[in-house]
Design a protein around this ligand. Structure first.
Ligand SMILES: N[C@@H](CCC(=O)N[C@@H](CS)C(=O)NCC(=O)O)C(=O)O
Length: 210
């Protein structure tokens, strides 16, 4: 357990919802959740831009350390609370697989799917970090094919990051309805921690909507 203060800057139903889910999977370690109202521009105010100059959520502040980027935050928190068992330790061969798919999600899946959603014509596959959408989606399906989770029987923070993306992409029909994705999303939806996080987000969204 960390002696420093821990604050999560969150807006419901955004990428910071993955961090809400992660906190639940970690057993809700003591932290402040500061909710930003994106509709009112809280995330573009000088005080928040001083925390995240991108003016985006999520951000986490631990003591004097600022962490932005959902994947970096997930890696940081899973290591900060090792007793939750959501990150293979350094030296564990599964750590490579864990890091690989978290980074792949941000470096390949997100840009591939964003280009598809915005109907942007990708450049040459050799130039694109994701090669092609089809190659990226096949690789992602391969990572989920054995299951039930990315590390096999062990749920990890990689499932929070990759799983949040898969759930969102299925919702917006940006992923093919392949068995690897739909069965993974169904398994994740059964997790009590995810259900608690979704319930909290629903309540927060209602409060913000007034
Ligand atoms: N690369 C960032 C992306 C964060 C991001 O785009 N957050 C969105 C919400 S899903 C946001 O804050 N949008 C508000 C804005 O940019 O005005 C991450 O993975 O954390």
């Amino acid at each position: 357990m960390s002696a420093h203060s821990l604050t999560h800057y969150h807006a419901p139903n955004t990428r910071s919802s993955a961090i809400q889910w992660l906190f639940e999977e970690l057993g809700s370690p003591p932290h402040d959740c500061k909710v930003l109202n994106l509709a009112k521009g809280d995330h573009k105010t000088p005080w928040y831009m001083a925390i995240n100059p991108m003016g985006k959520v999520p951000a986490v502040v631990h003591g004097d350390t600022v962490i932005t980027e959902a994947a970096a935050i997930a890696l940081y928190l899973a290591d900060l609370f090792p007793e939750a068992g959501l990150a293979p330790k350094i030296g564990d061969p599964r750590r490579g697989t864990y890091l690989r798919w978290i980074v792949f999600n941000q470096a390949a899946v997100e840009p591939a799917v964003t280009d598809l959603a915005l109907k942007r014509e990708p450049g040459s596959p050799a130039m694109m970090s994701y090669g092609t959408y089809d190659a990226t989606i096949d690789a992602l399906a391969g990572a989920l094919a054995t299951g039930p989770y990315i590390l096999g029987e062990t749920f990890s923070a990689a499932d929070v990051i990759v799983g949040s993306g898969v759930r969102w992409m299925l919702m917006f029909k940006l992923l093919p309805e392949r068995h690897e994705f739909t069965s993974y999303a169904e398994r994740l939806a059964e997790r009590p921690a995810l259900q608690r996080a979704l319930d909290k987000d629903k309540a927060l969204a209602a409060t913000l909507a007034g």
